[in-house]
Design a protein. Structure first.
Length: 246
């Protein structure tokens, strides 16, 4: 999984190089497909329950599962989340980043920065003996203190030889016992944070989820594994600098 995680990060590092006004989401998908194939891997999203592309490209009010197309071109001021999941030697890596397209508004920048920090707060709550629900307990109060909301309908998930397994990772506070973490468990932490209300709606394509009120949404995702003394991030970008602990 470390090898799959490194490839995942490399894909997003390369995607970052082409994000610019005028680039189509279809071109992003083609790049992910080529780089994945060149690495001897395959793209888990392609054909998954009928999904038609090799990655998800979610722009502005699209919360997640946006479908790349040749027609949709990035525009100055957009924010776009690109979500990739390669399978390498039978193991999955899964991560996403939200990118700025040129200069963005202060509102968009604040949302994206808060989302990134929220993900790291969730990651740092993880260790052996912790409860999986500690992720949401670390994320929701912080996000709401900034005036944003946490999407409820989509969650993180276990990951390994299968794309989606237990445990379910909620990014908001929940009731119930939750799963106690043990060394060796691997899963994603991937909060989706909205500028307005947390509710979403899904288009008729069955995939594209949008904010219910048309306001911006951002997301970041890492694959992590619980170690005997803490947590290891498997999908860290080459130049990624995590925020300082709160």
């Amino acid at each position: 999984m470390r090898a799959a995680g490194r490839l995942t990060a490399q894909l997003l590092d390369q995607v970052a190089q082409i994000i610019a006004p005028g680039v189509s989401t279809g071109e992003i998908d083609q790049l992910v497909d080529k780089l994945t194939s060149d690495a001897g891997a395959i793209s888990a999203p392609f054909g998954y329950n009928g999904f038609p592309a090799h990655c998800c490209t979610s722009i502005n009010e699209v919360v997640c599962h946006g479908i790349p197309t040749p027609e949709r071109r990035l525009e100055q001021g957009d924010i776009i989340n690109v979500d990739v999941t390669p399978i390498l030697a039978g193991w999955h890596g899964d991560a996403s980043r939200t990118f700025f397209v040129g200069e963005v508004s202060p509102e968009a920048r604040g949302l994206v920065q808060t989302t990134y920090e929220a993900m790291w707060r969730g990651i740092r709550a993880m260790k052996p003996g912790a409860n999986i629900n500690d992720v949401g307990r670390a994320i929701q109060p912080f996000v709401e203190s900034r005036g944003y909301s946490v999407v409820r309908e989509f969650t993180g998930h276990g990951l390994g030889r299968k794309f989606h397994t237990s445990p379910t990772v909620f990014h908001h506070t929940t009731l119930g016992a939750g799963v106690l973490l043990e060394a060796g468990m691997a899963f994603t932490i991937e909060p989706m944070i909205n500028a307005g209300r947390w509710k979403t709606r899904v288009l008729d394509d069955g995939w594209t989820a949008l904010t219910i009120d048309g306001q911006l949404s951002a997301q970041f995702e890492h694959t992590v594994v619980i170690t005997p003394d803490g947590v290891e991030v498997l999908t860290l970008g080459k130049t990624e600098t995590p925020p300082a602990p709160a």
